[in-house]
Ligand binder design. Sequence first.
Ligand SMILES: Cc1cc2nc3c(=O)[nH]c(=O)nc-3n(C[C@H](O)[C@H](O)[C@H](O)COP(=O)(O)OP(=O)(O)OC[C@H]3O[C@@H](n4cnc5c(N)ncnc54)[C@H](O)[C@@H]3O)c2cc1C
Length: 246
Amino acid sequence: MAGTAVRGRLTWQTATVSAVMDETPAVRTLSFEVPDWAGHRAGQHLDIRLTADDGYRAERSYSIASAPGEPVAITVERLDDGEVSPYLTQDVQPGDEIELRGPIGGYFVWDGGSVPLLLLAGGSGVVPLRAMLRHRSRVGSSVPVRLLYSVRSLPDVIYRPELSAEPDGVQVIYTLTRQQPPGWTGYARRVDPAMIGEVAWPTAQAPLAYVCGPTNFVEAVAADLVSLGYPPQRVKTERFGATGAP
Ligand SMILES: Cc1cc2nc3c(=O)[nH]c(=O)nc-3n(C[C@H](O)[C@H](O)[C@H](O)COP(=O)(O)OP(=O)(O)OC[C@H]3O[C@@H](n4cnc5c(N)ncnc54)[C@H](O)[C@@H]3O)c2cc1C
């Protein structure tokens, strides 16, 4: 019923943390049991609200890391001087209760389809793209995917074991911007137009691009794609804010 779905998305509710998993030294995935969850689409996000003892409240958005049909999960990168992310990545334990609302967003989503996907992630911007990759696997899609993932170093790669598996038709290309292991032959610089030109699907294949990460990353990459001939409406973007330079 439409009314139920709207109430579910916009109403704060109490979820229970069912599991926590460290992805990297600074990044943790939290899974939730959410009693009144209307289901989500790959690429959507949710809001978390924390309330201090004195009533002070802080709200932040987090992309949903899990595929539709999987338990709701988020993956949070700790910003040491941040207000909310240190708590979510260091203090929260299974069994804790957290207020959240969602799912939110209907634009930066991938429900399936037949055109090639170009996914471009900066740092934790890989989170909603991982939900899309998982959704692709769960529905048995054979759509070809290239993921270009800009990250400081290999140990900073989120979901590394999962991404390394590279299911059929999925190609993961890293650019390690700060530190490369000995013998690294891959990209070792920030994403630039030449790199995008090498990685992007030809426009003749009518690909769909999803770009996610810090605002400056997203804006630069989206502009480069449009310069390459990608129509702006085929370049979907999600900005996480000024959360660092992957
Ligand atoms: C749609 C959406 C989805 C998102 N998904 C994810 C996700 O999947 N994973 C993830 O890790 N993050 C995600 N984010 C980012 C997330 O919402 C938070 O912004 C992030 O966790 C930082 O929150 P914080 O409270 O820890 O930091 P904040 O306290 O908000 O601070 C953020 C940074 O800004 C600086 N800062 C804060 N206030 C000021 C100020 N007044 N002047 C100058 N600098 C300041 C701080 O030093 C810090 O480095 C998403 C954001 C959006 C909008």
